[in-house]
Design a protein. Structure first.
Length: 315
C-alpha cells in the first residue's frame, strides 16, 4: 500500500494498492490494514463511501496491483459555536489535532456553560483555517487539569485511536506536584478505585481506594524532591476517574492544590497541580509512532519556582 502525503485530506484517505495486497477483497484490506470495525464498514457501505478507481465497488471486490482505493468520510457538521479562546497547538495533521488544554477550561459545553469551553475554542480555530469537522475528543481531562488532549478529525481516526486506548497501545504520562518527599524513586500503585454509594446528591462524586472498586494501575517516577514536596511523573495503565489524585492520596502524598481530596493544605496554586504532559500512540492513517509533549502552564511553572526556592535535594 502506498499513501502519498500530498493526496490526503482529513475527510478522505487515498491509497494505491501494491503487489502484496493484490487478491484481497476490499473488506479484508480495510480490516487488516486499519482494523476497521464491522460497524464502520456497514456505515461506509451504506454511504457508498469507498471508491475503487473512481467508482463504488462491492466490498467483496478483489483488489489488483495499481488500483486506487479512496475512503470518503462525509464531513459532519460541528455542533458548537466558535469562541476565540487561546490554547496551544502541539501537533496537527489530516487526522489529528493535539492541543495543550489550559487549566480552568471545560472540555465540552454544559447546561450552565455553553460557550467558554475547549470545544468552542477548537471550533473557532478550525473556522479560521476554513476547515469543517466534528469535534471528537479522544481522551478526557478534568476542568482544572491541564495538558495534552487529542482530537480526531474524522470517524476513522476516532475509531482507531479509541481502539488503541482499549488495547493499551496509547501511553499517557502526567506530571504532578505532591506533598511530602517520596521515599522510593519509582514504583507501581495497583489499587482499585471505587465510587461510594452514600454520597449526597448535592456533592461531587468522590472516589476512594476500595477492594470493591475497578482495577486501577499507576506507575510513578520521582523527578524532583523539594523540602516539603515532590515532582512526580505518572504513567497510567487504566483511566479511572480521578485516578492519579486518589492514588497519590492513598500513598500519603496528596496532590498540591487538590482541595477536593485534601481540604486542609496551604494555598500554593488555585487548582490541582496535575498536568497531562506526554502521549505516545500510532498515527491512524500512516501507522507511525507519534510522541507529543505539552509544557507546563504558567501556574505550574510558578509553583515549580516556589518549591525550588526551598529545594534541598536533587534526585
Amino acid at each position: 500500500m502506498i499513501l502519498l502525503k500530498e493526496e490526503q485530506r482529513h475527510h478522505q484517505i487515498k491509497v494505491h494498492i501494491e503487489h502484496k495486497e493484490a487478491g484481497e477483497t476490499i473488506r479484508q484490506f480495510l480490516k487488516r490494514q486499519w482494523q476497521v470495525s464491522g460497524r464502520l464498514l456497514t456505515r461506509l457501505k451504506k454511504e457508498a463511501s469507498v471508491l475503487l478507481n473512481g467508482e463504488w465497488a462491492p466490498f467483496h471486490t478483489r483488489l489488483n496491483e495499481g488500483d486506487c482505493l479512496v475512503l470518503e468520510m462525509e464531513e459532519e457538521p460541528c455542533e458548537f459555536s466558535p469562541n476565540p479562546i487561546n490554547f496551544g497547538v502541539v501537533y496537527e495533521d489530516e487526522d489529528l489535532l493535539v492541543v495543550n488544554k489550559p487549566p480552568g477550561l471545560l472540555t465540552h459545553p454544559t447546561t450552565r456553560e455553553r460557550t467558554d469551553t475547549l470545544a468552542n475554542a477548537v471550533t473557532h480555530y478550525m473556522m479560521q483555517r476554513n476547515e469543517t469537522y466534528k469535534v471528537r475528543f479522544v481522551n478526557r481531562l478534568d476542568m482544572d487539569t491541564s495538558g495534552v488532549m487529542i482530537l480526531a478529525k474524522n470517524a476513522f481516526s476516532h475509531h482507531h485511536l479509541m481502539l488503541q486506548m482499549q488495547q493499551d497501545f496509547m501511553i499517557k504520562t502526567y506530571r504532578v506536584f505532591v506533598w511530602g518527599k517520596m521515599v522510593h524513586d519509582e514504583g507501581t500503585i495497583d489499587a482499585p478505585i471505587y465510587r461510594p454509594e452514600n454520597i449526597p446528591a448535592e456533592e461531587p462524586p468522590r472516589r476512594v481506594v476500595d477492594p470493591r472498586g475497578k482495577s486501577a494501575i499507576s506507575h510513578y517516577l520521582v523527578e524532583q524532591r523539594y523540602k516539603e514536596a515532590s515532582l512526580v511523573k505518572v504513567t497510567i495503565e487504566t483511566g479511572r476517574t480521578h485516578q492519579i489524585r486518589v492514588h497519590m492520596k492513598h500513598l500519603g502524598h496528596p496532590v498540591i492544590g487538590d482541595t477536593f481530596y485534601e481540604p486542609s493544605q496551604p494555598v500554593l496554586i488555585d487548582r490541582q497541580a496535575l498536568h497531562a504532559a506526554e502521549t505516545e500512540f500510532r498515527q491512524p492513517r500512516f501507522g507511525t509512532v507519534l510522541q507529543h509533549e505539552a509544557e507546563f502552564p504558567d501556574d505550574m511553572k510558578q509553583l515549580e519556582k516556589l518549591l525550588g526556592a526551598g529545594l534541598n535535594e536533587i534526585k
